[in-house]
Write a protein that binds this ligand. Sequence first.
Ligand SMILES: NC(=O)c1ccc[n+]([C@@H]2O[C@H](COP(=O)([O-])OP(=O)(O)OC[C@H]3O[C@@H](n4cnc5c(N)ncnc54)[C@H](OP(=O)(O)O)[C@@H]3O)[C@@H](O)[C@H]2O)c1
Length: 274
Amino acid sequence: MIPNIELNDKKSIPQLGFGTFLVEPDQAERVVSEALEVGYRHIDTAAFYGNEEGVGRAINNSGIPREEIFLTTKLWNDRHEDADVALNESLERLGMEYVDLYLIHWPLPRNNKYITAWNTMAEQREKGLTRSIGVCNFMPEHLDNLVTSTDVVPVVNQIELHPWMQQKDTRATAKKHGIAIESWHPLGQMKKDLTEFPAITDAAEAHGKSAAQVMIRWHLQNGLIVFPKTNHKERMQENFEVFDFELSDDQMSAIEAMDQGDEGRIGFHPNERE
Ligand SMILES: NC(=O)c1ccc[n+]([C@@H]2O[C@H](COP(=O)([O-])OP(=O)(O)OC[C@H]3O[C@@H](n4cnc5c(N)ncnc54)[C@H](OP(=O)(O)O)[C@@H]3O)[C@@H](O)[C@H]2O)c1
């Protein structure tokens, strides 16, 4: 039911997954277990989220074969020079022998160590500790630098992307290199007053769907990989029920017209994150 996206290393990833940023460590096992019950088979976590233990317990106790679940974790910013140790620590917390995808969480261009981290991650992939490797929050210049400085192209770039900030330049650069895009804050964290955005509410009304479902559908129809987060099982179900309707070209264009470029940013700018 969930489509797969083929990555540039020939692995594939479920296009719809489940995010775990701000899922408290003591809630993670319950929340991820419920997401797996709903049907999600792609879970996105990070060392920085502090919830890898609970995420790993939920997966390991689910009874679902490990190979049926796609698990991503990420290298935090203070570990660019010892990624080998950092991944082993994540695997230990997860109780796993490998992850499906390991990502550099932020480029930290001022530190200029992401190439060091990347070379280590390429070795980790050779050792089978991670099946695929990628990056987050890389701007076009970081992507170009990584690809020209090393022989290893990231499979994904996970970036802030939602109707208010659509990242057209970074998406074009990623496309040039054959890198898939994952959208974070895909719902704008549901922080906006959506009554001010009829492109979303009109489409929701026309399809008998919620605003969240319309936004998830917009990511999917743009070929983006998306993993909304929620602590609530009924919302997990809601966010999963997005394959029984289709936004029209006009509805897609109306949401595209909401783009505010950099003005629409909610999270950190990649060059400013420490
Ligand atoms: N690489 C990076 O730097 C980075 C940064 C941020 C996020 N991420 C990843 O991307 C994932 C998704 O982004 P995000 O969690 O920041 O933001 P998001 O998915 O856009 O929004 C999550 C918020 O929306 C609410 N929500 C979810 N579904 C809803 C629904 N159907 N109706 C109403 N409210 C709903 C949740 O509330 P409740 O939980 O209360 O239901 C939560 O407050 C993260 O979890 C994480 O895995 C990566």
